[in-house]
Structure formats: C-alpha cells, structure tokens
Design a protein around this ligand. Sequence first.
Ligand code: SF4
Length: 473
Amino acid sequence: MSDAGIHSDEIHQIGAETIANPRLEEAYRSSTLRLFTHRLSSVSAFPGFERLREAGREAKRHVIENLDYYLGQFADNVEGNGGKVHWAATGDEVCKIVVDIVRKAAAKEVVKAKTMVGEEVELNHALEAAQIRPIETDLGEFIIQLAGERPAHIVGPAIHKTRDDVSDLFVKHIKAERTNVPEELTAIARRALREMFQKAGVGISGANFAVAETGTVVTVENEGNIRMCTTFPRVHIALVGIEKLIPRLADLGVFMRLLGRSGTGQKLTTYTSLLTGPRRAGEDGPEEMHVVMVDNGRTKSLADPKMREMLYCIRCGACLNTCPVYRKIGGHAYGWVYSGPIGALVTPEFIGIGQARELPFASSLCGACREVCPVKINIPDMLLHLRSEAQADAPRPSGGPIPERAAFKLWAWAMRHPFVYRLGARLARWGQSAIAQKGWIRRIPSYPISNWTKERDFPALASQSFRERWKRL
Ligand code: SF4
C-alpha cells in the first residue's frame, strides 16, 4: 500500500477544504441528491421492495455463515468450467498473481473495468512498477486515472468532477478539443479507449456477484466497457472479494433488483454479464479466465461476530448518497478507496483501526444509512463498536477538549435530575430567542458550541417540550 490509511486529522482537514470549496460542495450535493431521489422514486414504485430486502439479507447471511462451503463450491465450478482459481490472502499477493499472469501472456497493456478490489490493493501501482500500462475503461475511473486521484464514490468514482474539470483533463492529457457537452466528452473518451480494447492482451474486471452453484462471475454496468474488457483480450482476470458469493443463480434475480434500484434508481443496469469460464469451441471470448479470490482483511471481519454483517455489502453506494456527513465532506476526506458509512467500517477493518481511528466517528449516527441499505446492514451499531475499539486501541489523552468534556458532564448530570433538565431546557428556549429566526439558529456566538454552526444551521428548540405537549393532550 503506497500511502494507504489516513492520519487522524486528515479527515477534518480534507473535509473542511471540501466544505470551503463551493464548486466541490455543489458537485457532491447535486450528485448525491440526484442518486438519492432516483432511488427513492424507484423504490416507492416497487411495492415488494421490503420483502426483497429481507430476501437479499437472508441470502447474504446464509452465504457468509457458510462461506467455507460456498468458496469451495465456487472454486470447483470455476475450474470445472475451464477457469483457473487463485487465492490471495493479501493485497501484495493479488498484485503478484496478476502481474505474473500478465507477464505470462506477454502483454504490455491491460484494459481494466472498474474494480474496487483493484483500487483497494493498488493494482495500478503494481502494474506500472512491472512496466505494464493499466488503462481504466470505466468513464469515471478513466477520468480519475487522468487526474491521478482516488475514487470519490464507490459507484461514481468521478462524482466530484464537473464537466469543465473533465474537459480540462481531456485537453491536457489526450489533446482533445475543449467542450463541456456531456455527449461530446463521452465520445472523446470512447475514441481514446476503443483502440485500447483491441491492443490489450489482458482484461481485468471485478465482480458484482460470484455464483457458487455455477462458478459464474457476474458483472453489471451501464457503459459496456466491462463486457469489452472481459471478452476482447485473450486473457481475462476477475478480482473477486470472497464476500461476493451468492449461493444460487436463482438468488441473482433478488440482488439484481436490489442493486440497480438502490445504487442509481434503475430497475436494472444496462448490461449484465454472466461469465462462466473461458470461451468454448465456436464461442467468442477470452482463451483464459483467471479468478483471483481476495481476502485482504475480510476473514478478520468474518471471524468477528460484531463486524461480520459488514460482509453483506453489495457496494450499491446508497448509504453514501443519504449520509449527511459524506454529502458535506466528500469521498476523499475518508482517506482511502472506500468512503461514506460503509467506508467508515471497511477501512478500519481492512487497514487497521490504528490508521483509520477517526472514521467511525465521522457519523451523526442518524441511522439513514441503515434505512436505505438494500441488505439492511446495521451500520450505526458497527460504527459504535469500532468507536470502542478505537478508544481501546489509542485512548484520546484528554478525552476531548476541556469545555466539551465539561459540557457533556453537565448534560449527563442534568439528564439524571429531571427538575434541573426541565429548568435548563426552559432557560435554553428563553436564551435562544435572541438568535433563532424562523425555526433555525444560523450562528451560536459562544465557544465551544459555536462550532456547531460554523458549517451548518442548527434547528431551534421547539417552543414546547414533548412532555409539555403530551400533558396537554
Ligand atoms: S452498506 Fe448497504 S447501502 Fe452501503 S454500499 Fe453496502 S449495500 Fe449499499
């Protein structure tokens, strides 16, 4: 890992920079809001969605609880179909396996479809170090490869780029004419990439699902580039996180309907490819198919009953789009390839809580992520668990600034004394009248609570408490 992990304070610094940059803030706000709204209308138009979520969750629970059995079944079936299975315990092992296959194929260039596992193990660095040129073919990945950045979102890696940003990159790196018309920008990328599919000797993809029953690698996409990466070159390598398994082909119908609706609000993504072995006589496709099964920290989560559920994730990105923290601070503040609520779980688990101790705290614990998760992962519960781990691993020397600690102590004491609490609430309601307008407090003048309104408005206290309203009923 080149510069993996984040330093404790980086999330605050990059988050603050994003908030202070109106262009970036607007890019995140509009993109996440659009995806969030699409999901909402797609889900509300599908009455059986709750039952589907239950079915998806149950299928994932079952496969993760019996992962050893299904891994064996999947591997046997891949080999039975003529593919080759490789097992990689670490990111370095993944890179070594891939570089060896590419060298054996005598390829100097590889075309890559979007793979979060590839990002996670920093495969491009390893390929470049071996004098092999990796070419990203997903439009978003192509853009961030030109920009030399990490993905800002697990579904839309370039979600933070405006059309003008993309145009700048194309002018600079591929000598394109300046334009900010989306169709023209797409056509430029298409022209640049098309010949690469024909030249490259190896295609690398990830996997959205891996069907144990048939040994099938399933990919879903909207651009068609994955299909070309996995069929044009002579050799196809699929990087598959071991949690991607689903038991049967029949389960795929459940996950396809969950994934499209949750991720982008689509009923179904445009292309779905089911890759079952290399080509047979009379077929198109690669002569060799290699499937690299990747652990890289996943068995650690599997062994921990408190974190195991994290492995149900189907990487739809819905929790990012709904998260008030992600929407504000953006994907890069999370410091690694996974961002948002699921990134706040995955990163500490995969790279160690010591390097990512701030991430579980980057949440308001509002529960919106759990509400939208297609497989109902209890993200807030696991964030709390990781917070305890972070505290046990490296307790904050002072437990927070003195005024903050004093405020929490006072609040805890007041909560144990109802009379004091009621009195305090009345005083606060009376005190806020000077600064509240139309139900909102735009600026609290006194430190440390002034921090609450530095970047956002604070809802004013209701004129009556819940208990007062209850009594009047
Ligand atoms: S945790 Fe749930 S909502 Fe978030 S990416 Fe994974 S499956 Fe989607």
